[in-house]
Write a protein that binds this ligand. Sequence first.
Ligand SMILES: Cc1cc2nc3c(=O)[nH]c(=O)nc-3n(C[C@H](O)[C@H](O)[C@H](O)COP(=O)(O)OP(=O)(O)OC[C@H]3O[C@@H](n4cnc5c(N)ncnc54)[C@H](O)[C@@H]3O)c2cc1C
Length: 416
Amino acid sequence: MAISRSRADPVEHPGGGFDHHDYDVLLVGAGLANSIVALMLSRAHRGLSIGMIERDDRIGGNHTWSFHTTDIDSDALTVLEPMLEARWPDQEIRFPKLKRILSTGYNAMTSERLHDAVMTNAAIDVVLSAGVKDVSSTGVALEDGRRISARCVIDGRGARATQSLALGYQKFVGLEVELVDPHGMTRPVIMDATVAQHDGYRFVYTLPFSPTRILIEDTYYSDGPDLDVDLLASRAHAYAAQNNWRIARMIRQEQGVLPITLAGDIEGFWAEGPQKAARSGMRACLFHPTTGYSLPDAVLLAQKIAASQQFDTAAIDKLVRRHSHRCWNERSFFRFLNRMLFLAARGDERRTVLERFYALPQPLIERFYAGQITSGDKVRILMGRPPLPIPRAMRHMSESQALAAVTQRLQGQIHG
Ligand SMILES: Cc1cc2nc3c(=O)[nH]c(=O)nc-3n(C[C@H](O)[C@H](O)[C@H](O)COP(=O)(O)OP(=O)(O)OC[C@H]3O[C@@H](n4cnc5c(N)ncnc54)[C@H](O)[C@@H]3O)c2cc1C
């Protein structure tokens, strides 16, 4: 597919003089983060020319992206609304000793809807089926030899391997199915941890899209990234059978291995990989440390970029780096909790730690998922009878020691 429009007008440089670029902003990779940047930019800056280049023949891959309503602000929700496949007013969690309904809204966005929203936005030019070979601060070279130039280049090509993060993993295989009879579920169950435990901490996640259509995701918090897709799919089938859900038709299957950050070196992370363009999404280390989810961070970054008045690579690179570093520094407590969960907890203790977490006040849980916990929340999380022996927990306090120890054991390979 060729570029449908390209900018013909010369662009005035901040320092004076004119130069020609194909676009004001060029987004490399049309995944979650760059798509949201494009949508927010087109809304905030009419007249800005925006190009997007994607290797695949569709935008956004094959995903269901979920988030809590409290993860993003109401303005962002307005932007995402047309892309939401479903919205639920509440959600449920199930542990052996705790069943709880949280009145926190939950939302699911799909790749199909993201694709349609971007493709029908007249302000965004999309080039599909075009692999990018080289990225610079002034444009890209495509694998087929074409070159596209821009004043501002943002690399959102997803997660890349890194040596600078010590990771655990959230892994899953999800089956979206049409059932013969109604499943009877009225709300998402974001963790059903009453299931048999394997490979770390296991739970099943279900999203009821219609009375007979449901996503069943067999999910693990594991030490390693290996994913046995057939085994997890068979466990999702077994979960359906246990609930007497007879599958009439398979709609879609998705799988993921998401990074859970135990420790890391943010300077090292940013020093790795191509340096010339600005970055977005997983590539900018913008994901929730404890879930690996990146939608709320993608929204926040897009809002920051859209609020900028200066669209050149250097300015946006500075903005993203500063934001990524700030998020990293503010989230050290999450990494500490992750070390408790992945390094200090043994056997079934991971499930116990999470069961205890879910008994905490709902506003705290909401702030936790939004990545915005307060000092009081931290105290509240650590208060009371500890779910792990204190001496064992203390051994994993130091992030730098944990990074050194863990990177020897687990080479940090991050997946999107
Ligand atoms: C199955 C699955 C489900 C997930 N569910 C959730 C969820 O519910 N909620 C949540 O918040 N997070 C979720 N995540 C985690 C995270 O939000 C996603 O991985 C998210 O898509 C990451 O966004 P991104 O923009 O950084 O990268 P991506 O969305 O992966 O986008 C990168 C894009 O760049 C393209 N690309 C790569 N290389 C090139 C190249 N050389 N040339 C051109 N294009 C290129 C890719 O094709 C892709 O489209 C999920 C992840 C997976 C895998």
